[in-house]
Design a protein around this ligand. Structure first.
Ligand code: ADP
Length: 909
């Protein structure tokens, strides 16, 4: 298999040396120094060559000069022999004559050569050093030639023979010797000079070589050594890291096509020490799990061919036949030109991790199953206990309505209170279990916090009253009332704390303080505290109070009942709602439980109707209709307000003046009727407001006619409020509160305080429990269908509903319910109370059928309220999912039943 590059790589790792720049610089310097060395070497060579040539020339000159001397000698010798033979009258041999002629001629040619030299120095030596030598040599040669031709002594001319006189020949030879010596000296001096020069050049060369080595080669060598060491360190570091992380490192060389493994790779794949550095692809393939092999080879091929990053997991089979999970990751490595040269990768044995994850997953599933089972158990336990308890409580309640003697009544009360305690206990245990099983869900709904708190106080009021305790609600720090959160859970927390406070206090008071502070742009922090003047809690017990089943008094003969679960639940609820709870207490002095809860801001946030002490108000009523003004007067006076009446605008102005004189201040409020003779309400308003003394007086315009002016125009005329008659007492009262307070509510009433604004304020008061029963009265004689299989429950519910004035029909299951609804078309039911678990057709199924129109189109949107024995979140959701509108849980309490019916029926009627 060949893995090559089929495209210019665009990714991967480019290996950059830390010293790259330095290397570049050194490279340039190296080239420069090599050039310098080259130049110096060439110069040395040329110089050497030049001197060699010069020496050659010098040697040849010396040679010629020597030869000339030798030829002079030889000529002189020949001439002397010839002369002797002639004197002895012997026949002179021709060879002697020839020898003389040849020597003389050669001597002449040497002379010509020496005298015609180009070297000006030699020229000078030859002629200037011995200027007569040239002529003499020429004459010498000529004389020798003449003598060589002589046949007898007579032929010898004295002029010629003079040259060959012994002292003349010696002198010539001496001169020629001097010349040769001079030449030799000259050559020697030149040689000496050239040797010196050569030595200098070599020295320079050596110095430059040394400098090059010192300044360039040495740093380069150091650099190379350093890089090498660094590379080694890096490799060792990587190897160390890889070893400690148990990473195997492999490398595929794209040029040599070789795959190499490090030690760890061998350990992972073959569980052995390395058998070779280079690994064949077959060796790699051999280990792969058959199911993963094709994919892995494909991925590997992509990684080395297309330089794709490899990041995958695969399985291998180890030599001892176990399956290992391997995580592989690779990248391409590039050279300095950006060309991929190798692919480097890591392999990690993640078998343990995978097995752990698998085990964890199994454990998680098991835990979830266990939680589900626990939840289901809780649900069924709740159902099983609540159902008979419902019967017990219902029966006891029914029994209470029958004539009983005192003893029976007392026993009945004990039985009822025991049943209630049992129910509270079950509820606590269920709640606590839900929290522990993480099944607690916190709702986020829009509600009125102020109303909720009032409700709580009202519901616990009787308990406090029985113990002659004062129960006080302090909501001064509650700057807004509409919030979003879980009102039921908040009720549970506060109720629990107040119930405890009442339980453990024998005299004095219990104060609930609630305030809101801004936590973020979207959230409030609700701070609360419940303070009592009760028995208090010893300091050492305070920390454990919030633990489950913990009570201060653990003796068997405890004075106060309870499970010790209440505060544990409260704490967990506070935490679940993003808050906390704490306690401060002094023994026999009282306790203060304080905490916080996070609430979301409501988009519907409305302003709380202020509660102002209206008895402080001075109000002027301006109306020409005396009947009207008398009614208003009486009502205001009834509320304790100081009222003055003016029957006309003119009289009003006078009264206002008088009031300033008498009270040194203006009226707080003037209620001005629009329709008056001479000067109408608007005109009066404008007139009053022109006078700066009346700036602080609130003007309220009242009219029974359609107004042509809009609110802004009325406000511009100086009025703060405007009402169309007849004004209800509650509107009027609230308006006086808002005006009297002169605070945030009035600021928000822009441009005018009107009935609509007041209604919004009033809206927040709708949930007052005292009004429930009044409202229910409107529903008397309406028909409610109860679908419930349990006969006792049927009786209890029927009794409760009849008590509220409803006509009740009970059926045993869903099928009967459908039949009943279909039969009663002429006088339809207004609501169905539906049990969930029933034989034949359960509540969920029945609801779905009704919604589908199986009980007639008329009934398809009838309100259906589930009666659930289970108080679990899932069940409630199941009810809503099947199409039911609401749910109440068993045992059914009268108040709960009333509230639900009110919310579903009042809207309809
Ligand atoms: P219990 O159902 O027993 O009241 P709680 O968890 O509500 O359970 O309270 C735990 C214990 O804390 C109580 O038994 C009581 O000893 C102590 N405690 C709670 N609230 C007060 C309080 N306001 N004053 C004195 N002791 C209190």
């Amino acid at each position: 298999m060949y893995f090559g590059l089929n495209r210019q790589p665009s990714d991967g790792l480019r290996i950059l040396s830390d010293h790259e720049q330095l290397v570049q610089k050194t490279k340039t310097q190296l080239i420069l120094s090599l050039i310098i060395i080259g130049v110096i070497s060439t110069a040395s060579f040329l110089t050497l060559n030049f001197f060699t040539q010069t020496q050659k020339a010098d040697a040849s000159t010396i040679n010629i000069a020597g030869r000339q001397r030798m030829l002079s000698q030889r000529t002189a010798l020949g001439v002397s022999m010839l002369k002797n033979q002639l004197l002895e009258k012997k026949t002179v041999s021709e060879s002697l004559r020839e020898q003389i002629i040849n020597s003389a001629k050669l001597m002449h040619s040497s002379h010509v050569m020496l005298s015609s030299t180009d070297d000006p120095e030699l020229q000078q030596l030859y002629f200037i050093g011995d200027p007569s030598l040239d002529t003499e040599l020429n004459e010498y040669v000529k004389a020798a030639l003449n003598i060589a031709k002589s046949q007898s002594v007579n032929d010898l001319k004295p002029k010629d023979t003079l040259y060959f006189e012994a002292e003349n020949v010696s002198y010539l030879l001496f001169r020629l010797n001097v010349l040769v010596n001079t030449y030799e000296e000259k050559a020697e001096s030149k040689l000496h000079n050239s040797i010196v020069l050569m030595a200098i050049l070599w020295l320079v060369l050596l110095i430059s070589l040394y400098l090059t080595f010192r300044l360039l080669f040495k740093p380069i060598l150091t650099l190379i050594k350093q890089s090498f060491i660094e590379q080694k360190i890096k490799e060792r570091r990587i190897q160390l890291a890889a070893d400690s992380a148990q990473l195997g490192i492999w490398q595929f060389d794209l040029i040599t096509q070789e795959l190499t493994w490090d030690k760890q790779m061998w350990r992972i794949f073959y569980e052995s020490e390395p058998q070779s550095d280079i690994v064949s692809l077959e060796q790699f393939q051999y280990c792969l799990h058959p199911e993963d092999a094709a994919r892995v080879m494909h991925n590997f091929s992509e990684a080395v061919t297309d330089l794709k990053e490899l990041d995958t997991t695969f399985r291998i089979i180890s030599p001892n036949n176990t399956i290992k999970y391997i995580k592989v990751y690779s990248i391409a490595e590039k050279n300095e030109y950006g060309k991929a040269i190798k692919v480097v990768g890591t392999n990690k044995d993640i078998t343990d991790q995978v097995l752990r994850e698998d085990a964890l997953l199994i454990a998680k599933e098991k835990a979830e199953a266990a939680t589900r089972i626990k939840g289901d158990f809780l649900a069924s336990m709740s159902h099983e206990i609540r159902t008979p308890l419902n019967g017990v409580m219902g029966m006891l309640n029914l029994l209470k309505n029958t004539p009983l003697n005192n003893l029976q009544n007392k026993r009945l009360d004990i039985a009822l209170s025991s049943a209630k305690s049992l129910l509270a206990l079950i509820n606590d245990i269920l709640d606590f279990s839900k929290i522990e099983a993480d099944k607690l869900q916190i709702e986020v709904i829009d509600f009125d916090l102020n109303n909720l708190l009032e409700e709580i106080i009202e519901s616990l009021g009787q308990l406090a009253e029985e113990k002659h305790l004062e129960l006080i609600l302090d909501t001064i720090g509650l700057n807004t009332s509409r919030v979003m959160g879980d009102p039921n859970r908040i009720r549970q927390v506060i109720t629990n704390l107040i119930a405890n406070a009442i339980k453990f206090t024998h005299e004095g008071h219990v104060i609930l303080n609630v305030s809101l502070s801004e936590n973020s742009n979207d959230t409030w922090q609700m701070n609360f505290s419940v303070e009592d003047t009760g028995i208090g809690i010893p300091e050492d017990k305070q920390t454990q109070l919030f633990d489950a089943f913990s009570q201060v008094d653990t003796s068997t003969t405890r004075q106060y009942g309870g499970t010790g679960l209440g505060l544990a639940i409260v704490k967990r609820l506070c935490i679940a709602m993003g808050g906390a709870i704490n306690v401060r207490s002094k023994l026999n002095r009282g306790s203060r439980f304080y905490g916080s809860i996070l609430l979301s801001k409501s988009t519907k946030t409305s302003i709380i109707a202020p509660t102002f002490d209206v008895t402080k108000l001075y109000v002027l009523v301006v109306d020409d209709n005396t009947v009207n003004s008398t009614i208003v007067h009486d009502q205001l006076a009834h509320w304790g307000i100081h009222v003055t009446i003016a029957n006309s605008a003119e009289q009003a102005i006078l009264i206002c003046e008088e009031h300033i004189e008498n009270h040194k201040s203006v009226f707080d409020i003037a209620l001005i009727d629009m329709q008056m003779p001479h000067m109408n309400g608007i005109q009066l308003g404008k007139l009053l407001k022109q006078d700066p003394r009346y700036a602080d007086m609130h003007l309220v315009l009242m009219t029974s006619m359609m107004m042509e002016l809009d609110n802004q125009e009325i406000a511009d005329s100086g009025f703060t409020a405007f009402f169309t008659k007849p004004v209800t007492n509650s509107d009027l009262f609230l308006a006086l509160n808002v005006l009297g307070e002169n605070g945030e509510a009035l600021n928000k009433a822009s441009p005018l305080l009107t009935h609509d604004f007041i209604r919004d304020l009033k809206h927040s008061d709708d949930h007052k429990p005292k009004s429930i029963r009044d409202n229910i009265k409107q529903l008397e004689n309406k028909d409610i269908l109860v679908v419930e299989d349990n006969a006792i429950n049927q009786m209890v519910i029927e009794d409760l509903l009849s008590d509220l004035g409803f006509h009740v029909k009970c059926v045993d299951d869903g099928l009967f319910a459908l039949t009943e609804l279909n039969l009663r078309r002429s006088q339809p039911y207004c609501l169905i109370l539906m049990d969930c678990q029933m034989p034949r057709m359960d509540g969920f199924e029945t609801t779905r059928e009704i919604r589908k129109g199986k009980a007639g189109q008329l009934n398809s949107d009838i309100p259906i309220v589930a009666i659930t024995a289970n108080n679990m979140q899932g069940d409630q959701q199941k009810c809503l999912d099947s199409g039911m509108n609401d749910f109440i849980s068993k045992p059914i309490e009268q108040e709960q039943l009333e509230r639900v019916i009110r919310s579903w029926l009042l809207a309809k009627f």
